[in-house]
Every structure is written in C-alpha cells, then in structure tokens.
Design a binder for this molecule. Structure first.
Ligand SMILES: [Zn+2]
Length: 241
C-alpha cells in the first residue's frame, strides 16, 4: 500500500506493510522510499503520527541519501529510484518501448528500452542521456566562467567531455584543452562552474601553487565554499581536478 505524506513541505512517498511485530519500524530504502512496518491492527492515523514524530530524522536522512545518490552511479535502473540532475532530484520511470530513449517530462526521468530487465541496456541509455545533458549544459557554463577569466588574459580553451570516475575535470594548458567529467551533471551549475573555473585558472598556472590559488580566488572569490559543497554532496570524496 503506497501513500503520500507531507513532511517539512516535501511530499514523501511511503509504503506500509503489516506484520506480526510489536512496534512501528521505519526504513528508507535505496530508492529513497520510506518503508513502514507496522503491527497488524494499527491504523493509518497512528502510523502517520509516528512518521511526524520522526520527521526530522527522516528528512535529514533523505537529504543525505539524495546527495550521495547524486554522484554515485550505482543505480539499479528500476522505477522509483531517484536521480539527481543539476542538483534537482527526479524519480526514474522505466518504460518498455521499441525505441531506446531517455528524457525528462513532468519532473520524471523516463528511460525507454525494449527489454526493461536488461540492466546494461538501461545503463547505456542513461549514460548517453547524461552525456547529452553535459553536452548541452557545459558549454554554457564554460562561456559564463570565461567572461570572467577572459578579463585576465585567459584564452578560450576547447572543451572535451568524458566519463571520468576519479576526476571532475582536467586541463592541458599547452594544448588549451579543458576536460570535464559527465558525472558533474548531477550537481548544481554553480558547482560545475567551480570546476570549470579551477581548470581555466590552470591555463595561467599549470600546478597547484600558491600563485595558482591566488589567481583562482581572483577569478572566483567563493571557490572554497563551492568545493566544500561539491565534496559534501559527492559523499565526502575529494576528487582531483
Ligand atoms: Zn587542478
């Protein structure tokens, strides 16, 4: 039995299972759905009272899990799972269709494949979707950052987008190439912009010297806060740039 409850202004889905137990138990599964186990005979009113009592814990736990889901692509590609895109959370809906595609509609991310049980197939469609999103978003973010960097004599680099697991981005100053990871697409554009600016600053200083960081601070005074937020959302992983 699936129901919706409003907690701190958020609509949260939960399911209830009645079992031979003595107390109500709340769990949050990997798809960020509340799973309630309740003793037989307990009414919905009582269950919801219990959820309200635990709302602080639930909301903070959901936030944490959402943030972690943002960077890790350990999705099972089942309907109901949550995916983070540009900092927004979307539920996933897997649909059987002859034509492979993935798209956003009505705040839902649809993945359409002919074999809905085929995990590799769904992953492939999803990866292409992420890449296409990155292809659409990153040049705009680069242009924005470049309007600042160009004032300091930085030349426009060429942009590459790759599936990189261990780095958010990289820069080849001699060749003037900036490479960004597709995984960045999960985060708010201000955080993508931070990584872009980090790479643009390397066009002046190839290393991570004191001069480099001074220059980065000139380009983006609040880079430190952005980096902290990115690391936090990525589950505490401090990836190289
Ligand atoms: Zn760097």
């Amino acid at each position: 039995m699936k129901r919706i409850i409003a907690l701190s202004g958020q609509k949260i889905e939960y399911s209830v299972e009645f079992k031979d137990i003595r107390h109500i138990i709340i769990k949050i599964d990997r798809a960020l759905i509340l799973k309630i186990s309740a003793p037989k005979g307990v009414g919905i009113f009582q269950i919801e009272q219990f959820i309200y009592q635990k709302s602080k814990w639930i909301v903070s736990k959901l936030k944490m899990q959402e943030a972690q889901g943002g960077s890790k692509s350990e999705l099972n590609f089942v309907s109901g799972e949550k995916v983070s895109l540009l900092g927004e959370i979307y539920p996933l809906e897997v649909i059987s269709s002859k034509k492979k595609s993935a798209y956003l509609q009505n705040k839902t991310l649809y993945i359409c494949v002919d074999d809905v049980e085929n995990g590799e197939l769904k992953k492939g469609v999803f990866k292409k979707f992420l890449y296409d999103q990155a292809l659409f978003v990153y040049p705009k973010v680069l242009n924005n950052a470049f309007t600042v960097a160009s004032r300091y004599g930085i030349e426009m680099p060429s942009l590459k987008i790759r599936f990189m697991k261990s780095r958010w981005g990289s820069c080849l100053p001699m060749k003037k190439i900036v490479t960004l990871s597709t995984h960045l697409i999960h985060f708010e554009d201000s955080l993508i912009e931070y990584v872009v600016m980090h790479e643009l600053a390397h066009l002046r200083h190839a290393n991570h010297s004191k001069d480099y960081y001074q220059f980065l601070t000139t380009l983006m005074p609040d880079w430190h806060e952005r980096r902290e937020r990115l690391n936090k959302l990525a589950g505490g992983i401090d990836l190289q740039e």
